[in-house]
Design a protein around this ligand. Sequence first.
Ligand code: SAM
Length: 226
Amino acid sequence: MNMHSLPPSALRGEGMTSQRARDRLAAKLMEEGITDKRVIEVIRNLARHHFIDQALHSRAYENTALPIGHGQTISQPYIVARMSQALIEHGIPDRVLEVGTGSGYQAAVLAALVPQVYTVERIEELLRQARRRFRQLGITNLRSKHDDGKLGWPEEAPFDAIILTAAGDSIPLQLLNQLRPGGVLVAPVGSPSQQMLLRLRMGEDGDFTQEELGSVSFVPLLGGIG
Ligand code: SAM
């Protein structure tokens, strides 16, 4: 398994945050159709309770989105697994850009699967908390930035894969321009009431093919910084 090792600090937990609760979550994800063993193992081993407020720790391993403050959410584990699987299905991308760091959980899952993660968040306080978690968990193959993620991270482009964890009406052109030929982009697209998870693959000739991966419900992709 080509999995980047998770540091021991990411693995501790007791009671409702125990390994047993994580095993149950992993079993649930498999029941719901997640087939990639690498993704299942990362989610089984990564302590999701580190990424949410202590008052919600008892719910950390439920297959549900949870509030993280500032009107934002940590995504449902099934969605994190589905998007991660879609990103690595045709080969492990070397460098991945995430738009919407939020709690940092999706970024930490990706950091266990791929060599290098870049993540951008527009709400400074959320990014500050996520950075503290990355430090505490000893995650080092990840860089983060406070900015409008619609602009991507031009200084670090091109990326082998891009993932958006907030939904816009369309995929910003700046992001498509920062994808390497042969790269993959996974994003929810649509209105707050009707969104579809899309996977775009860019051929070596620069043309895109698009697949629909299912209906989803994400917070909106906003412009500017908060
Ligand atoms: N990946 C996150 C996680 O694992 O917790 C999901 C967080 S939430 C579903 C989406 C995040 O996208 C929010 O934190 C929100 O502030 C952020 N966001 C929305 N529009 C953005 C933009 N233009 N640039 C950067 N972040 C954005």
